[in-house]
Design a protein around this ligand. Sequence first.
Ligand SMILES: CCC(=O)SCCNC(=O)CCNC(=O)[C@H](O)C(C)(C)COP(=O)(O)OP(=O)(O)OC[C@H]1O[C@@H](n2cnc3c(N)ncnc32)[C@H](O)[C@@H]1OP(=O)(O)O
Length: 634
Amino acid sequence: MTYSHEFQQSKENPELFWGEKAKDIAWFEFPQKILSQNENGFFRWFEAGKLNTSYLCLDHHVKSGRADQTALIYDSPVTQSVVKFTYKELRDKVALFAGLLDSKGVEKGDTVIIYMPMVPEAVIAMLACARLGAIHSVVFGGFASHELAIRIDDAKPKVILSASCGIEFDRIIPYKPLIDAALRESIHQPDFHIIFQRPMMVAELFSEKELDWNQALQSAKAKSYIPVDAHDPLYILYTSGTTGKPKGIIRDNGGHAVAMKYSMRAVYDTHPGEVFWAASDIGWAVGHSYIVYAPLISGCTTILFEGKPIRTPDAGTFWRIIEQHQVKTFFTAPTAIRAIKKEDSEGLLFTKYDVSSLKYLFLAGERCDPATYEWVSELLQVPVIDHWWQTESGSPMLANMAGLGLKTIKPGSSSTPVPGYDIQIMGEEGQLLDANMEGYVVIKLPLAPGCLPTLWKDDDRFHKSYLSRFEGFYLTGDGGYKDEDNYFYIMGRVDDVINVSGHRLSTGEMEEIVAANPAVAECAVVGIADKLRGQRPVALVVLKDSKPISQEELEAQLIQSIRGKIGAIAYFKSAIIVKRLPKTRSGKILRKIIRNIADGVHFEMPSTIDDPLILEEIRTSLHAYKIGLEFDLN
Ligand SMILES: CCC(=O)SCCNC(=O)CCNC(=O)[C@H](O)C(C)(C)COP(=O)(O)OP(=O)(O)OC[C@H]1O[C@@H](n2cnc3c(N)ncnc32)[C@H](O)[C@@H]1OP(=O)(O)O
């Protein structure tokens, strides 16, 4: 099957196309209708199909001859351990943990928050929820207690699952105080909190609602899988929107399973028995899809890596893992490659390992700059495939599809649309733009299976955020252009979302935190270019006349507030006091222009600007702070 044949078929007859792909899944009952619309007009895939995602990931393989194949390899340089689980071992652990959850009253449709580091128990917890038809919501361990509290109040979990600590390089991060603080802040209170005690830091348990994971398991009985409907949610994954409240992306069971299976073969060219490694975190969409669900549904071996690309112990860690576990397909973020390049630009550590098992490197999470692409391609001598997707889609939307025959790689481009995604570039007035014209990246409805069917308990926000701007199209929030060969170039967000080290964060949320400081009259937080992290946030602040404060003091306070509320991952390090902010005559802050000045990008003076002289003031303030100096601004 060629790419153009598959793509054309998916465009002309999506029902036929996805109906065929659905046959690759071991349903308990095959769907009666492939594509339908609900009462709101939202598209739904695989109506009346019955399945269980945990069954697909585990029991199905145990039954069909993979019981003794390694399913999961936990490789943790920070604890110096490597532990392997066969499909049968993992299935048994998941069934037992599902039994524990069941005994604590967790039922189909209940929500469970998982706030855990990269330990096998986190994967077991996800699959145990799926086994019961409970909806998990994994919260990235790097988020601070306030972010956790917001998610607790929105998801209203029956149980919280966590661990006593995480490990960042050589630092122990206690989790229990963060959860306690989140529960003091949240209105909703779960019935139980089950804590996996790690030996490097044992958490103190204060009440009967707080259970020790291993102790509680001692009396648990294994629980079998429960058939769920294709439309039932498998999980909620919160992602940053333009305001402080994150969006609860829902993933349904049916569409997700079909999309996972299809993408492993068609995008990643990875087959049962082969080793697939996504060096991400289970707190992100990549971690959900390509550490846990897609490799397991496909009968592959997956790797759970508790470490960093550098300093755990060095910039050769990735290559060591590829050699040791015979990885065929590797997936990471460009930031990770930039970090390695910075520490080992000559690739000396790389030469210590035999990485001949590796067939592909896939990159996503942020735009891959051509310099990083060239460096890593030269080093690895395998195809380096930059591809594009979002938390909302759960799997790639633009990719050079290795399983359908690789096409020419064009550095800077994420290649062509994956079957199921009719991607277009649109102008302000909703007109489709020709090649080489930059505009909004939009997708003609219906979206492919696996994409968010709506937002958790918020159909209105789903419609407003994604469907209302251009009738009949999904607004991705990204901007870009395509070339004459229909290769797309994603240039970055068109809204207040930024990407720091592949982590999607909201500058709108940061502005809310900065604006809450008593000295701040008004502010703008923008994402500026960062050599290692892709982007980092910077705040421009106008002070209240009545509240004098030094630049240093204000900056220290704001850094503390953002670390405390969002987390250190925001990498917020700079707050700059300015006299005024550039605005349009109607009072809208010109954030994009501020960003352009900081990044040295040419811009047209907006005709609606209130006072053009402010731009020079901003430039001087940024320069005084050593931002934008490396660029020729004139
Ligand atoms: C594959 C596509 C995707 O999945 S994209 C999403 C996943 N992103 C990546 O895999 C990006 C790869 N990036 C990295 O490995 C790191 O960012 C590199 C480049 C090594 C830099 O590490 P580091 O210096 O620690 O910076 P950072 O930006 O990661 O972290 C900033 C501060 O946040 C902290 N942090 C990070 N993760 C956690 C966590 N899970 N739990 C607790 N804290 C965390 C870091 O320790 C750091 O804190 P501090 O500022 O040093 O105090």
